[in-house]
Design a protein around this ligand. Structure first.
Ligand SMILES: Cc1cc2nc3c(=O)[nH]c(=O)nc-3n(C[C@H](O)[C@H](O)[C@H](O)COP(=O)(O)OP(=O)(O)OC[C@H]3O[C@@H](n4cnc5c(N)ncnc54)[C@H](O)[C@@H]3O)c2cc1C
Length: 385
């Protein structure tokens, strides 16, 4: 189905992103998957090409584009032509907005130029070994020591955990309050900050997911983002965009899986004819086509709502839920239609299947998405009893 939200400027930009991904990512992706990480240099190249934080103010090196469709295009084409483990989306659309929207003038001057050029790679650390979905249960804490916060704790499953230079760490600063969290920016090289293992994963092999440890890290007061004690509110605010970004990526991988499967079923023959000529194949492909078009239309609509400043937490959760569940079903059907080839690593669909399994887990699980949507319907035991 023709997508109606893009105009010729977007399409021109899309062509340049495709060229970048085809030249700078795709030829090296297999090597990076074996190494478990993309190189730092890739972020600098993306920065030089103008692909980091297109929305950032020109005085920091950005293009000042107030239209999220350009970011959407970068995410989509990284998924299709680049590599799903290159977390340009995490850098651009999940973490940099915390700095840009919560940072003081001094913090913006200090960090934004490096973020936009790719000198400073970003991560956000919320999840801990003992808590993920229940963010308010986190144990990492920071004590007010006058001119600095003394940070102690551990985080896990942190994307860009090894490459990152600036890590936004959610920590408890008010031990009396369950929601008394703050956001601290920990910088590469701070004493007491250590990185643990690069975690071995089922998929996303080029993504350097890692553990982080904080042992008496003295974080200067000037490294707190926003106000103390407001971290939970900030996380809730920024998680809506994070979930839409996730949904954009899941739709792009599902669309890509569909396209390469369509090619495959036209070529592969069984019983003297292409497998695409069997009614079963045709029906499966037809059902997927319709579901993908419907979900894509929903996601595209939410991008326009984000542009208008009207994206709600429950709509973003809906997009994340819908896109990740659909992506999972599409990957499974597409592997099935590939037969034995679908199980072989040399076929991209096999890798896409394992890459996609995490989509229903991270950025909030499907169950948590349903909780958020359910509560928005007034189905909340605290309010109903
Ligand atoms: C590859 C990868 C990258 C990640 N990157 C980051 C990152 O960069 N930064 C970061 O902070 N985190 C990151 N995470 C962590 C991720 O966000 C968490 O794993 C996720 O939120 C789930 O938390 P958990 O693993 O603790 O699972 P748990 O919270 O222990 O959940 C286990 C199961 O219980 C269910 N459950 C929990 N609570 C409820 C409930 N109230 N109702 C019904 N069911 C419930 C869950 O849905 C799930 O099925 C990443 C994870 C992965 C796998």
């Amino acid at each position: 189905m023709k997508r109606v939200i893009f105009d010729s400027d977007h399409e021109q930009f899309r062509d340049s992103v495709i060229k970048f991904m085809q030249a700078e990512v795709a030829p090296f992706a297999e090597k990076w998957r074996e190494e478990g990480s993309v190189p730092r240099e890739l972020y600098r190249k993306a920065g030089a090409q103008g692909l980091l934080c297109t929305w950032a103010d020109e005085k920091y090196g950005g293009a000042g584009i107030d239209d999220f469709r350009f970011e959407q295009i970068i995410i989509e084409e990284n998924m299709r032509h680049g590599d799903v483990g290159f977390y340009i989306n995490l850098h651009n659309d999940l973490v940099a907005p915390y700095v840009a929207k919560l940072g003081s003038e001094e913090q913006l001057d200090r960090w934004m130029p490096g973020i936009v050029s790719g000198e400073q790679i970003l991560a956000v650390a919320m999840t801990e070994p003992s808590t993920g979905s229940d963010l308010a249960g986190m144990k990492t804490h920071a004590e007010d020591k006058g001119d600095h916060w003394l940070l102690n704790g551990a985080k896990t499953y942190i994307s860009n955990g090894i490459l990152s230079d600036l890590i936004i760490v959610a920590a408890r600063t008010d031990p009396e309050s369950r929601h008394g969290l703050s956001l601290l920016v920990v910088e590469r090289g701070m004493e007491g900050f250590e990185r643990g293992r690069k975690l071995a994963k089922m998929g996303l092999k080029a993504q350097d997911t890692a553990e982080l440890f904080f042992n008496d890290v003295k974080v200067p007061k000037a490294n707190m983002l926003g106000d103390p004690g407001q971290g939970f509110r900030y996380l809730a605010r920024f998680l809506a965009q994070e979930r839409l970004v996730a949904a954009i990526g899941f739709m792009a991988t599902a669309q890509t899986a569909f396209d390469l499967t369509l090619d495959y079923v036209k070529e592969r023959k069984a019983f003297g004819k292409p497998i695409g000529a069997f009614q079963n194949t045709r029906f499966k492909m037809a059902s997927m086509r319709v579901e993908l078009d419907a979900a894509q239309t929903y996601v595209d609509q939410l991008v326009l709502l984000l542009n208008a400043g009207e994206l709600s937490a429950e709509d973003a959760s809906g997009a994340k839920l819908l896109a990740s569940e659909l992506e999972g079903r599409v990957m499974d059907e597409c592997v099935q239609l590939h037969g034995g080839a679908g199980y072989m690593e040399e076929y991209r669909i096999s890798r896409m299947y394992t890459d996609a399994r995490v989509s229903r887990i991270f950025a909030g699980t499907s169950e948590i998405m349903r909780e958020i949507i359910g509560r928005s319907l007034g189905l909340d035991e605290r309010k109903m009893s």
